[in-house]
Design a protein around this ligand. Structure first.
Ligand code: NDP
Length: 330
């Protein structure tokens, strides 16, 4: 038996509870050929939506939420993994279409796992989590497009969130001058510690704006969507690019084509859930090589599994800074 956070649908409401689950029942939750003893999971924005029922994330009930986890292989019939291997999983529908990481055990296809880089612990991996890994995918997308540090300022929106915090830290370490947009200016000192050179108030970007605005940013990482992303596109410099990964303000994009056809700016979509394996490995290796352990530790707080529902609600209210690690064995 093992403990899991379980989501049930009751009268159209999502109800979360800690349950003791029989290990045998894991076999029916996907075609998993690897059994993992989960050590840590985490709370991402999507987990917040799933646990509170505020977004249509869960596709099957009952569901163990958790779009990511890190742990140790307990049993495997997959050729790449053996008992004792440290592994990490991000996405692939975990916590959406099959049982996810907010549990002490998970059974998943080995093709969904990657080996944890040697210099990173399972706890640190979940301090990074899908948020940090997505931030790295965003930075890599910008650089693949040709963005370089000498091009000019790079804006990060939703900077105090998980993706935003890591995007600020990664870009700053790569030599970019980072401008952090936040609705929590009282956290400016924290953002400057992560590497932000300057702070802009979220409200200056979140209201409807003109189709073309003053050229300000060479590039951007956008976690917010909606009017914010429209304003970012409208204020990118000629030939600039934005890596768009989030929808914290909204799913809509009330923009015009003007920035694309008159300034040649690029809107680069970033998905972390089904991104191919080689790019996952490249992103995790880059994180392990570049992001100092002290930075990883500084963005994270740890909570026990039982506190996940309450923390999920706080996350959606925008009350959490950085990352929340969930110790599933606490
Ligand atoms: P967090 O909740 O940690 O951060 C979101 C941040 O967005 C908040 O901290 C806040 O930053 C800002 N924000 C919140 N509400 C609003 C609003 N109404 N208007 C403007 N800004 C707002 O979430 P994550 O960092 O985990 O995820 C960020 C986004 O990226 C989410 O939308 C998430 O779904 C998405 N995502 C997408 C992935 C993908 O594969 N494409 C993978 C991972 C995440 P501040 O306080 O600084 O203003």
């Amino acid at each position: 038996m093992f403990n899991a956070l379980m989501l049930d649908k009751q009268d159209e409401r999502t109800v979360a509870s800690i349950r003791s689950i029989d290990e045998a029942s894991l076999a029916s939750s996907g075609n998993g050929d690897v059994l993992v003893r989960v050590e840590f999971s985490t709370l991402n924005y999507k987990d917040g939506l799933a646990i509170t029922g505020k977004g249509p994330v869960v596709r099957q009930w009952p569901m163990v939420p958790g779009i990511d986890f890190a742990g140790v292989v307990e049993a495997s019939s997959h050729p790449d993994y053996k008992p004792g291997d440290k592994v990490v999983l991000n996405g692939w529908g975990a916590g959406e279409t099959h049982w996810g990481g907010l549990a002490q055990k998970a059974r998943v296809p080995g093709d969904h796992l990657i080996a944890l880089p040697a210099n990173i612990t399972t706890r640190q991996a979940m301090a990074v989590g899908t948020a940090g890994y997505t931030a790295m995918l965003c930075v890599q997308a910008l650089e693949k497009h040709g963005v370089a540090a000498q091009d000019g300022d790079v804006l990060v929106t939703g900077a105090n969130g998980g993706v935003g915090s890591f995007a600020v830290a990664i870009l700053a370490r790569r030599g970019y001058r980072v401008i952090a947009s936040t609705g929590r200016p009282e956290e400016a000192a924290r953002l400057r510690e992560l590497g932000a050179a300057d702070i802009v108030e979220r409200a200056t970007l979140s209201e409807p704006g003109k189709p073309l605005q003053k050229e300000r940013w060479a590039a951007a990482v956008d976690c917010v969507g909606s009017h914010t992303l429209a304003n970012v596109c409208a204020s990118l410099r000629y030939g600039g690019a934005v890596a768009a990964c989030g929808l914290a303000q909204g799913m809509d994009l009330p923009a015009t084509v003007a920035p694309f056809i008159l300034r040649g700016v690029a809107l680069l979509g970033v998905d972390s859930v089904y991104v191919p394996r080689a790019r996952r490995i490249a992103a995790w290796n880059a994180i392990a090589d570049e992001v100092p352990v002290a930075t990883i530790e500084s963005v994270a707080t740890t909570i026990p599994l039982a506190d996940a529902p309450e923390a999920a609600a706080r996350l959606l209210r925008g009350e959490i800074k950085g990352r929340v690690i969930v110790d599933v064995n606490a």
